[in-house]
Design a protein around this ligand. Structure first.
Ligand code: ATP
Ligand code: MG
Ligand code: MG
Length: 550
């Protein structure tokens, strides 16, 4: 894509390179906590971190921030790796913060020896109440003056498993009067007798985020540690630990997280939707997860393009989901082959077409591309499925499809004229009877007849059946997390609409998940992963048009 202005992080990197900082090296990291599947917000962070490395000849580490054993799982580790790769990025090293537990423990001991950390026996409530307020300093408790020797012994005992969960914590001895509350003797370690997905039962003390993240960056010699705005107040502490430990000076930079309307993006909330079965798993096509978008038919290129368009800013805003839809629509318009599928079928009988006869109609794969990318032969016969909405019993003026006396072109085939229709006992139209104009065949039309409307169709004896799933926004309101009550009250009850009995052209029987098709006049679709030869299921990726303006 065309050159754009540098974003503020690229400007920082370029200044650092010019100044010869970090040995003119760029090393970023993407640090997911393996406690859920990645979502479109993570894609923004991935594109930013990997994009910087690609742009400046650097590298990116994939580091699992797995310091909190209670919510983490290998299922999530595997899905994260799959999603990053699928987005098109390659990491330099696959790393785990838990691999640094020994080093982090040694760092903590070093700080205790410098008199900069102490073991505190207070409860969480006591610690909170001793912290003061933004305008009043905190008050030191009796544990703060423990000797280095006593702290070393107690910390070793914490590690050895002598104390139950919550009995003690290790805190930095920093500044109880600091205006930044994060500097008021922050916690470094807590006791948790919990099995860890990688380290097993080796540890019963686990480092806090603030004591793990910066040190992990420093161990890897990360040059630019990029995170979201809520970590601004953590930056002083990030720097303090690095300075006191005299380790590699990684630097933290903050950008605005992605917020997308009509969805939620916290992993905790997405997990609730999965656990309460409001959706069909983390990769439900309505989920804002990478795996959900993939199953829905989004391409990696469309997601990268979306991240490029939203840009990198220092102030939070809400991005309209229609921009994401715009990006996939643009992509699929250029790449998706056109196919015919009748989603809500009604039968058309061409009364002047010989019974038992079949001929083939040629239709190109993609008129958006020069040469059409080839095409395929579509069987045509006396009986066709057409879309119920393309016929009206009492058509209004300017209805350019079918009604008694009206004419329309069958896509890539003949012009037909509607003569009559058949109703069942309940008054439902069950069949439409037409005659075709033999001289009007597409590509060789000598009929001299001009019709305004073109409709799609599938030959009855040649059609395959499919279930087609139409999706709408998962939530009825723009920002469900900011409404009164529980966010789940705002779920859209009609976010999934199933068309159980669609007819598709035979060629679609060879569709594979992830390959996008335009169902002519109906939108873009892809095969769902739960399809099999006995039951084809298609997901609508996106509609053909929307109000979004470039
Ligand atoms: P959640 O609140 O969904 O649990 P998280 O920030 O705790 O998100 P992590 O796994 O820690 O999730 O995130 C990995 C990286 O992705 C972090 O650097 C984080 O800042 C970034 N990230 C997470 N959500 C977004 C978002 N909405 N926009 C941009 N970056 C994000
Ligand atoms: Mg996090
Ligand atoms: Mg989180």
């Amino acid at each position: 894509s065309e050159e754009r202005a540098l974003n503020f992080i690229e400007e920082i990197v370029e200044e650092d390179l010019v100044a010869g900082k970090n040995g003119k090296r760029v090393l970023t990291r993407f640090p997911p906590e393996p406690n859920g599947y990645l979502h479109i917000g993570h894609a923004k962070s991935i594109c930013l971190n990997f994009g910087l490395a690609l742009r400046y000849g650097g590298q990116t580490n994939l580091r699992f921030d797995d310091t909190n054993p209670t919510k983490e799982d290998v299922e999530y580790v595997d899905s994260i790796k799959e999603d990053v790769k699928w987005l098109g990025f390659n990491w330099a090293n696959e790393l785990y913060a838990s691999d640094y537990f020994d080093k982090l423990y040694d760092f903590a001991v070093a700080l205790i020896k410098k008199g900069l950390a102490y073991v505190d026996d207070s409860s969480a409530e006591e610690i909170a109440s001793q912290k003061g307020t933004p305008t009043e300093p905190g008050t030191p408790n009796k544990y703060r003056s423990r000797s280095v020797e006593e702290n070393l012994q107690l910390f070793a005992d914490m590690k050895a498993g002598k104390y139950p969960d919550g009995a003690k914590v290790l805190r930095a001895k920093l500044d109880l009067a600091a205006p930044n509350m994060h500097l008021r003797d922050p916690l470094m370690y807590r006791i948790k007798h919990t099995h860890h997905h990688r380290t097993g039962d080796k540890w019963c003390i686990y480092p806090m985020y603030d004591f793990a993240h910066g040190q992990s960056d420093a161990i890897e010699e990360i040059t630019h540690s990029i995170c979201t705005l809520e970590f601004i107040p953590h930056r002083d502490l990030y720097n303090w630990f690095i300075e006191q430990l005299d380790i590699f000076p990684s630097k933290q930079y903050e950008f605005a997280r992605l917020n997308l309307n009509y969805t939620v993006m916290s992993k905790r909330k997405l997990l609730q939707l999965v656990e309460d079965k409001h959706v069909d798993g983390w990769d439900d096509p309505r989920m804002p997860t990478i795996s959900g978008l993939r199953r829905r038919g989004y391409t990696p290129a469309s997601i990268r393009e979306f991240c490029e368009r939203i840009g990198v800013a220092k102030r939070e805003n809400m991005i309209d989901v229609s921009l994401l839809e715009f990006c996939i629509r643009e992509d699929l318009n250029k790449t998706a082959w056109r196919r015919m599928a009748v989603l809500d079928p009604i039968k058309m009988v061409i009364t002047n077409y010989p019974e038992g006869q079949t001929e083939t109609m040629f239709s190109e794969n993609n008129p958006e591309v020069e040469g059409g990318e080839g095409g395929r032969d579509i069987p045509f016969s006396r009986e066709l499925w057409i879309e119920r909405e393309d016929f009206m019993e009492e058509p209004p003026k300017k209805f350019f499809r079918l009604g008694v006396g009206l004419m329309a072109r069958l896509k890539s085939a003949y012009i037909v004229k509607c003569d009559s229709f058949v109703k069942d006992a309940d008054g439902n139209v069950t069949e439409i009877h037409c005659t075709y104009i033999p001289e009007s065949k597409s590509g060789n039309d000598t009929s001299g007849i001009n019709v305004k409307g073109t409709i799609h169709w599938v030959s009855v004896p040649h059609a395959h059946t499919a279930e087609v799933r139409m999706y709408d926004r998962l939530f009825q309101v723009e920002d469900p997390s900011n409404e009164d009550g529980d966010f789940k009250e705002y779920l859209n009850p009609t976010s999934l609409h199933i068309l159980p009995n669609a007819y598709i052209e035979a060629d679609l029987a060879s569709a594979v998940p992830g390959k996008g098709y335009q169902f002519i006049r109906k939108g873009y679709f892809t095969l769902d992963k739960n399809s099999n030869a006995g039951k084809l299921v298609f997901n609508r990726t996106v509609t053909l048009k929307d109000g979004w303006v470039k």
